[in-house]
Design a protein around this ligand. Sequence first.
Ligand SMILES: [Zn+2]
Length: 134
Amino acid sequence: MMARVDRLTTVFVKDIPEQLENGVLYVSPECHVALHNCACGCGEEVSTPLVQTEYDFIMEDEGASIWPSIGNHDFPCGSHYIIKRGRIHWAGKMSRQQIEAGRAYDRLIKRGAQPKGLEAIVAWFKRLWAKFIG
Ligand SMILES: [Zn+2]
């Protein structure tokens, strides 16, 4: 039985360990990356690039927050969650439409462009955030 975790303990590392422990968020400021085993317990490794165009990382006393959400839609589990203050907020599987919107958002942000429609996508992400985090 795979154990789902609802909490991630943040560990700052210089080098990413070969074997990741469940429930641990490994953060390498030097490599600008965070890694953790998928919170659903499926054993897939989730790599989160901590660069401005990808993810925001905030460390607080209660734990780490990563934004936007972790969408593992390329894994068989398809799990989707938000890491906020070290806690996993399950966001349910993303619909095809949401995945496409997310990818469109990524593309737009990476291009640094401000075309029409970007604001709508940003608004959608903010609504998602508000819905799951409150
Ligand atoms: Zn998973």
